[in-house]
Every structure is written in structure tokens, then in C-alpha cells.
Design a protein around this ligand. Sequence first.
Ligand code: G6P
Length: 367
Amino acid sequence: ARVDKAGFKHFMAKEIHEQPSTIAEAVRAYLPVGDDAVTLPDGGLDFTGIDRVVMVACGTAYYACLTAKYWFEQLARLPVEVDIASEFRYREPPVAARTLALFVSQSGETADTLAALRYCAGKAERIVSVVNVPESSIARESDLALPIHAGVEIGVASTKAFTCQLSVLLILALKAATDRGALTADDLADHIAALRGLPASINAALDQEPAMESVAKRLAEARDILFLGRGLMYPLALEGALKLKEISYIHAEAYASGELKHGPIALIDNQVPVVVMAPRDELFDKSVSNMQEVMAREGKVLLISDDKGISEAGDGVWQTIRMPRVHDSLAPILYALPAQLLAYHTAVAKGTDVDQPRNLAKSVTVE
Ligand code: G6P
């Protein structure tokens, strides 16, 4: 079927706005209505025979894996190693017995990811993939392929595929947690209810688009932008910086907030916007002290947080973007929206080719 822009100026804008329904679709596929348990296709997967997980991917899919590491380790108490496919395949790392090898790829055709999968075949206990294209090479060569149900993604900068990858990976972490007896029935029910409510929160985040558009006009004037996050928000900070680089061509870097004082703080002056992604979770106080370090050096803090976080952050913050409150585990999925929309509107303000950024390809099938 032909895919058009459905009235949006760019495919990327359309795909960003599709996320309430694509996420709902992904959640429904693995958490069927009326059943409070995770359902996997094709005979599923039992984590009781698994001692560790290795996740391998490229680009945005790699950041989805980094986020999933926090979920698998915190919820399922299962150790996870994450690697960039081009590094993994040539390092030829040992793959221990009882390892689940997990490959995440929107296209399912990325050459390095496919090569990493082939390297693990015959070594890992199970080969599982999280893909958007069920008939792709990576899906076909896996023992189990988990479709993300995002629909065709045209914009080179991945958006809806990322949030669907995250949704499926979180659900898979819940499955691992259940199999390993690491999560109480109540906690599982809380997570499931939160996932089912996520599309409504994504819609509420989309309502903040005008605020993001106006901040983006200011960001478009910057030469360098720093993204900071802690815990689950750290991989998302990396994704926010990547999105901005890809389509606006502004230099952006992301750091774990706690690393600020080990280097990047040297870059801070009154010209550098610092995007802090920090829901009011248990690490919030630490993020506030990092923000204060930035503001003491006249850095311009753009705080993305919820009501409580914004009011507790105090004075001196340059700009704020308000997100609805969600279950802590779901914050990286929700906060992907402002990361995407800031990049999008910054690129639009600069007049770059949003859907076809220079030098980039949607699918990298050669090395
Ligand atoms: C390219 C795309 C990125 C994507 C990456 C991995 O670089 O421009 O948006 O994240 O490949 O692609 P995959 O299809 O494996 O997810």
C-alpha cells in the first residue's frame, strides 16, 4: 500500500503523531485485553534456562537496547550486555552457554546486525529479534522474531519504531521477570496497567508540541547542545542527541548526568543549551544538583520533567517542557516524544531536509 504524509509536512511529523496508535498496537499484541499476562508468538520463550542476555544493534535500535538493559536488570535481575553490532562482530566475543542473544532492528536488514546474529547462531541458547519487518533477513534467521507493529517507517530518523521497540522490550523484560519470579503479581499488574494507559499519556505529551516548537526556535541558533539524563533517561539523552544531529546538523552530545563533572562541564557557558531529561523519580534530586552545576556556569538548562519536578527544580531554569506523570519504568518511552519533537522543530526552523537528511540512509545493508 502507498504511504502518504496524511496532511503532515513531513513523514517524520506524521510518524511522530502516529505513536499513540502504534504503541497501543504493540501493547495489544503482547498484552491481549482481558489477560494480565505477556503473550509471545510462536511457542514463546522461557527465561528460566537463561542466565544472561546479549543485545546487539545499530543506531537508534542500539539506544533501545541500552534502555532495555536497565529494565532487564532492574525488573528481572538478569544481567545484560549491550553492544554496537559493528564492534561485536569483529571482536568475536565469547558467547557463554545459557545466553539469550537479542537483535533489535527496524529494517531487519542492517548488515552489521545480521552479521552479529550469524556469529551467535550455534553459540547462544536462543536467537531472538525485535523487528519491524517480519519477513526481513534478521527475523527469518532468528529462533523467535518479535514484531514491533510500528507500520512502515519512511523518515530516515527513526521515531515510531523506537518507541515500539521500547514497548516490546519492556514487555519482554516483564516476561523475563515473571519467569524468574523476580516481580510480584502486583508489580506486574501495575506495569501492565501503565503500559495500557501509555497511549493516552503520549497524546498528552503531543499536546505540548507548541511549547516544544517555540523552544526549538531558540535551539536552532545554538552551535552545540548537551543532553543529560540519569538511569533510564541516560540512553534517551543519547537518542535525543542523535536525533538532533541527524536532522538539524547541530552538534549534540549526551552524557550520563553524573559524568558532567568528568569532562563536559568544561564546555558549559552561556551559549550552550543543556537539555535535562528528568522525571520526578528517585534520582531527581541528583539531577537537580547537576542542573545547578550547569546554571552556576551560566549554562542554559532546558528541563523536561513533570509538574512536581518542574516546581522542585527551583529558579534559574532557562526553559521547561511539561510531561504528564507516568510510571517510572515508562518514562523513556514518553520522553522520547519531546526528544523527537525538539529535533524535528529545530530542523524545520533551520530549513534542513527532515525526511532525507544528508549522508544518511534509512537502511544500511552494506558495511
Ligand atoms: C540507519 C538509520 C537509523 C537506524 C539504524 C539501524 O542508520 O538511519 O535510523 O537506527 O540504521 O537500523 P535498523 O533498521 O537496524 O534499526
